[in-house]
Design a protein. Sequence first.
Length: 242
Amino acid sequence: MKTIGIIPARWGSSRLPGKPLADLCGKPVIQHVYEQCLKARSLARVIVATDDERILNAVVAFGGEAEMTASDHPNGTSRVAEVAARVECDYVINIQGDEPMLDPRVIDQLADVLIHAGEPMATLSVPFASAAEAADPNNVKVVVDQKGRALYFSRSVIPFARCGTPVVSKHIGIYGYRKDFLPVYLRLTETPLAEAESLEQLRALEHGYDIVVAVSAYPDRGVGINTPHDLELARKLMSEKS
């Protein structure tokens, strides 16, 4: 079974335009992500999927592989699906292009879960470190059933703790798909919950497709870069590690 990694990367981030090519300790952010992916033992190939020639040229310049996509994709899954359709593979891992410190073992764990679970999609979660982190709507929460399948994803804190102290789980934004599910996903109509929460994975749930959620064995992901502040923090952390 062949598994590939695809990194969707676009120029037009509203909070940090040009984010993939932002300098992070002497390399563009996208190069750090790409090099972390190459360390994953499960991936036969790593491809950056982009709609911007500046990103394409930068990836090629550091020796990576990139492919151009249409510019009108509504989300990362759609962009990943375009490239995956042109590649011979069985499974696809969608890796966020703004996670330069992603542990490659996370990719390997997700690939293993995806292959053995038999569901069309898989993803990972970790316990929240604090109530303040859980309250942040930028941190997506997930609840699962007794078999580890997602019941719901939300930007609100779920579940409501009327009794007891349930563990609130943080969704890690990395997805795995069976390749044959990606064209199915693209045909699914938009759904009200996915639009309300602005969470693309809810479209699959609302149409009745299962998403298996495993607890990550490697919770330390460094900093996800969404804002100029995040970029400065990533520079600080990476400099300290060096």
